[in-house]
Write a protein that binds this ligand. Structure first.
Ligand SMILES: Cc1cc2nc3c(=O)[nH]c(=O)nc-3n(C[C@H](O)[C@H](O)[C@H](O)COP(=O)(O)OP(=O)(O)OC[C@H]3O[C@@H](n4cnc5c(N)ncnc54)[C@H](O)[C@@H]3O)c2cc1C
Length: 398
């Protein structure tokens, strides 16, 4: 089968690899002249780790990343708000914090040896004939026709609306700024740590292992803020911001010292994406283009990796038409993804909103409930990405 993949992100590279490894002829088209990772660090869950292991990248990723055993969120008084342990899922369970560039490099380096043709500087602006897709880029080149087009152009997808006119991709009113900082002594090892002041302040630290360029151990530090305040953050007094963060969380002071200026912090905004069915005949949306959410649960890259690997499995020796196979794939993936779309949507205001209402709901309802037996285990299943209605295929079963 000839496959065209749009987007050299986690989902696009994963899908290109999974399909090429199954013998398909894959062309990967990326808008940027030099594809690059966006943002600073992310948390790989057991689901994403299993998908990477199936792609043959599990050991490399584990060797470079940092094991995460728990999520520890507290308010300003030190009281626990979120306390989720991977051991509630499985005795030796853990996630891996990883520098985005490390994950990107591992996937990117595997493309050539797997036989994937990568074409950069090809921003796809139009898809002609969703049954036998031809991908047109902005310089007027036509790529294809393909038997299958996989559209993995991210949550801000420019192709989604034309493919699925009823789709919605509402931008969240809150986002975050991120940076990496050295943690040579591993002070932050083992946990994703967060501090909250009501739902208006959220600051977090995620160990991400050794960066791609240095042997130094790093953490990703993030600060949540309304999108409307982002320009003011970049134009404002960075030292005053540091003083504010230090007041909220004194232990973070050594990390703040290493941050030179606001421009060194990556801007992150997110969208809540709902498209209905992900495929239009033989043209299929995956990853954030199909189901982007807020990163509150740290699942987006994991879901995209599972999308990718299960796509390769589904088209391995498929005997039905591409359209029927794509529709069956989508129906199956949805039983996993819908849980995360719903829980992310429901939980985000508890951690990113103005006023005291949602913080009160969190304090009086969410936190006590999350500690009760049964709900605690459910919370661990959701954290680890392993909650799914229906069956896990062997290739992605965590
Ligand atoms: C602040 C923040 C923190 C996060 N933390 C986590 C976490 O801890 N764990 C986790 O699993 N996920 C996390 N995520 C989510 C994760 O980053 C995304 O879900 C994941 O990157 C989605 O991958 P993707 O391949 O679908 O899209 P993307 O990574 O967005 O890749 C899209 C690619 O398509 C290219 N492209 C776009 N348009 C075109 C076009 N027209 N033609 C050709 N190419 C095009 C882009 O240049 C890009 O290379 C976080 C996200 C944010 C914003």
């Amino acid at each position: 089968m000839k496959v065209g993949v749009v987007g050299c992100g986690v989902g696009g590279m994963g899908a290109a690899l999974a399909l090429a490894r199954r013998g398909h002829e894959v062309t990967l088209l990326e808008a940027f002249a030099a594809p690059r990772p966006v943002g600073s660090g992310l948390l790989l869950q057991p689901t994403g780790l299993k998908a990477l292991a199936t792609l043959g990248l599990g050991d490399a990723i584990r060797a470079s990343g940092a094991p995460i055993e728990r999520l520890d969120g507290r308010d300003l008084t030190g009281r626990k708000v979120l306390d989720v342990n991977y051991s509630d899922w499985r005795k030796d369970g853990h996630g891996i914090g990883i520098h985005r560039a490390t994950l990107f490099d591992a996937l990117h380096a595997a493309l050539g040896p797997a036989g994937v043709t990568v074409i950069t500087g090809a921003r796809i602006t139009r898809i002609e004939d969703t049954r036998r897709p031809v991908l047109h880029d902005e310089s007027g080149r036509a790529h294809g026709p393909f038997d299958l087009a996989v559209v993995a152009d991210g949550s801000a997808s420019g192709l989604r609306q034309a493919l699925k006119p009823g789709s919605r991709a509402r931008p969240y009113p809150w986002g975050a700024v991120w940076a990496n900082a050295p943690d040579p002594d591993g002070v932050w090892n083992g946990a994703l740590s967060q501090i909250y002041d009501r739902a208006e302040v959220m600051v977090g630290v995620l160990p991400v292992g050794r960066g791609p360029d240095s042997g130094e151990r790093l953490v990703s530090l993030f600060w949540s803020l309304p999108v409307a305040d982002m320009d003011a953050f970049y134009a404002g007094d960075f030292d005053a911001w540091k003083t504010r963060v230090r007041t909220v969380w004194p232990a973070i002071a050594p990390l703040l010292e290493t941050l030179p200026d606001a421009q060194g912090m990556a801007r992150a905004v997110y969208r809540d994406v709902w498209v209905g069915r992900w495929n239009a005949q033989a043209t299929l949306l995956i990853g954030d283009a199909a189901h982007g959410t807020s990163p509150q649960l740290g699942q987006g890259a994991n879901l995209a990796l599972v999308d990718a690997v299960e796509l390769g499995e589904r088209f391995n020796g498929a005997t039905t038409s591409v359209t029927v196979t794509a529709a069956a794939y989508e129906a199956d993936r949805r039983r996993h993804v819908m849980i995360y779309q719903f829980v992310s949507w429901a939980m985000t205001p508890l951690f990113q909103s103005h006023g005291g209402f949602w913080a009160g709901v969190r304090r009086w309802l969410f936190t006590p409930l999350s500690r009760t037996p049964g709900i605690r285990q459910l919370g661990a299943a959701i954290l680890t990405g392993t909650a799914r209605l229906g069956r896990w295929p062997d290739a992605t079963r965590p």
